[in-house]
Design a protein around this ligand. Structure first.
Ligand code: 4NP
Length: 154
């Protein structure tokens, strides 16, 4: 079973949403994946996702309420097949601390999406519309990433 770790900065907005959306979309397609999320920072470790994201995702049928934030660990670079960064700075931060013998692919999540946009913008300091935009991008990314995994396994 493929193991996927989504990574953003705080692990309370973008990556927990990506975790919940991919889990639901994979289940819809009958695909078995192991999915987690983490942050490059530890400020929110142990916290549930941002209440605004729980609410916005809930309206689309994704329940994020049981997820808890954690920081990326060294072991993640060996235990996951893909570390999917939500923006370029997340990807750069991961590449900077990645052990040289790491066994995972460190990719930008939206590079799998049918979208010109490569980065999932941080909605933390913005309004409700930012959370909807993030969810739109994540749904596109999830579809593209699952297509990629299906192509890879053929
Ligand atoms: P996220 O958003 O990286 O999508 O979880 C953020 C949440 C909190 C902070 C930064 C980004 N923060 O600085 O507390």
């Amino acid at each position: 079973m493929k193991r996927i770790l989504f990574v953003c900065l705080g692990n309370i907005c973008r990556s927990p949403a990506a975790e919940g959306v991919l889990r639901a979309k994979a289940r819809d397609r009958g695909m078995s994946l192991y999915i987690e999320s983490a942050g490059t920072g530890a400020w929110h470790a142990g916290d549930p996702p941002d209440a605004r994201m729980i609410k916005a995702a809930g309206r689309r049928g994704y329940d994020l309420s049981h997820q808890r934030a954690r920081k990326v660990t060294d072991a993640d670079f060996f235990e996951f097949d893909y570390l999917l960064a939500m923006d370029l700075s997340n990807q750069v931060d991961l590449l900077e601390v990645a052990p040289p013998n790491r066994e995972c692919d460190i990719r930008l999540f939206l590079d799998f999406a049918d979208s010109e946009t490569r980065e999932t913008p941080d909605p933390y300091y913005g309004g409700d519309q930012g959370f909807e935009h993030v969810l739109d991008l994540i749904e596109l990314g999830a579809a593209g990433f699952l297509d990629h995994l299906e192509d890879e396994s053929e």
